[in-house]
Design a protein around this ligand. Structure first.
Ligand code: NDP
Length: 246
């Protein structure tokens, strides 16, 4: 019998990451669920996964911290053996006029949304390269494609994620590792909790499919890119956005 594949998902405690963790478990993957601050929420997700009959464990790490990421990846490898799929989902957002963004806020945005992926990819890749197999899925955003007013630092970080994805896909393709990007449109999670009803209605009206996305809408694209059905897809950006950006 073939062992279940292992997924390490960053930011699996809430929102899109939690939805993807549940979908992966339903598809028979065992889950390493990373969180930064919300241990209880991550434990709740792992408990729900185990109740589906799949193995799951939570791992704390701030993805912007190299030492913490190294410790997390070592712990996941000790617990599950190899990591077959890495989902770089952890992210932060902030709405601010460009000239009000402090240097510290700029650096924190890039540190979590971009450098975090650099750390996780560098720590996970050696064993993927040795095994000549692996899938990496990076979460960008439509704002990384089009740019968003009052989110210059967020948009810059998410555009950089697309560049990282494309370049890394070329570099590790010969090792049979795929690297792809999911760039969701507006998804109903705590990240958007600050948006008022007027803004949400306007975004909905601008969306051809006339609704805001659910975490599962993004999660399905992530799980697809991790599957064997996506074996010939690499360096691509899939954007579940209801037609908001075409
Ligand atoms: P949420 O705010 O709901 O959840 C964010 C997740 O990231 C949490 O699990 C959080 O962990 C984790 N996280 C935050 N900072 C760190 C860190 N430094 N280290 C490790 N984990 C961290 O966000 P969403 O689910 O909405 O977003 C998930 C991803 O999707 C992000 O990359 C976001 O940019 C992207 N995205 C979201 C869209 C949306 O409309 N919601 C649209 C397009 C892209 P903890 O709970 O422990 O704090």
């Amino acid at each position: 019998m073939r062992m279940s594949k292992t997924v390490l998902i960053t930011g699996g405690s809430r929102g899109i990451g939690a939805a993807a963790a549940m979908l992966f478990a339903q598809e028979g993957y065992q889950m390493a669920v990373n969180y930064c601050a919300n241990r209880l929420r991550a434990v709740e997700i792992a408990t729900r996964i185990r109740s589906l009959g799949q193995d799951a464990e939570v791992f704390c790490a701030d993805v912007s911290d190299r030492i913490q990421v190294e410790a997390m990846v070592n712990a996941v490898e000790r617990r599950f053996g190899s990591i077959d799929v890495l989902v770089n989902n952890a992210g932060i957002a902030q709405q601010k006029l460009f000239n009000d963004i402090s240097p510290a806020e700029w650096e924190r945005m890039l540190a979590v949304n971009l450098t975090g992926m650099f750390h996780t990819c560098q720590c996970v890749l050696p064993q993927m390269i040795r095994r000549h197999s692996g899938k990496i899925i990076n979460i960008s955003s439509v704002w990384g494609i089009t740019g968003a007013s009052c989110e210059v630092h967020y948009s810059a970080s998410k555009a950089a994620v697309i560049g990282l994805t494309k370049a890394l896909a070329k570099e590790v393709g010969p090792s049979h590792i795929t690297v792809n990007c999911v760039a969701p449109g507006v998804i109903s999670t705590e990240m958007n909790a600050a948006l008022d009803q007027e803004t949400l209605s306007a975004l909905q009206e601008e969306t051809p499919l006339e609704r805001i996305g659910s975490p599962e809408d993004a999660a399905h694209a992530i799980v697809f890119l991790a599957s064997e059905k996506a074996d010939f897809i690499t360096g691509q950006v899939i954007s579940p956005n209801g037609g908001f950006v075409i």
